[in-house]
Design a protein around this ligand. Structure first.
Ligand SMILES: [Zn+2]
Length: 114
């Protein structure tokens, strides 16, 4: 059961307004909605992963870009690290792009947070 936050009278389940005192209930509900997506990935974490572990695709695994992540990981491992400077540079550049905001979304299209 729901009660009016203003006068304490019982409200209907989907009431937008308290019939007793005229308090608008819907506004109260919207104030409680958090603007930050709890599933949002951290820009800082993704950027640092790219810079430090980019040759393993760590930042792309983190952001859900699995195809790109596997490509970087395989390039490093299959070549026995001969090509790791290339995959590491690739990851480094992506890490920087993430930190400066050029890559601002994860694979599901969610904005990264600071
Ligand atoms: Zn009321």
């Amino acid at each position: 059961m729901k009660y009016c936050p203003n006068c304490g009278k019982e409200l209907k389940k989907d009431a937008d307004i308290c019939l007793n005192c005229g308090k608008i209930i819907r506004e109260e509900k919207e104030e409680k909605v958090k603007p930050v997506n709890p599933n949002a990935k951290s820009k800082i974490v993704a950027g640092i992963l790219g810079i430090l572990l980019g040759c393993f695709g760590a930042h792309n695994f983190y952001l859900g870009y699995t195809g790109k992540a596997v490509a970087q990981l395989l390039m490093t491992l299959v070549s026995c690290f001969i090509l790791s400077p290339i995959s590491a540079t690739w990851g480094l550049i992506e890490g920087i792009l993430i930190l400066v905001g050029n890559i601002s979304k994860d694979a599901s299209g969610r904005e990264l947070v600071d």
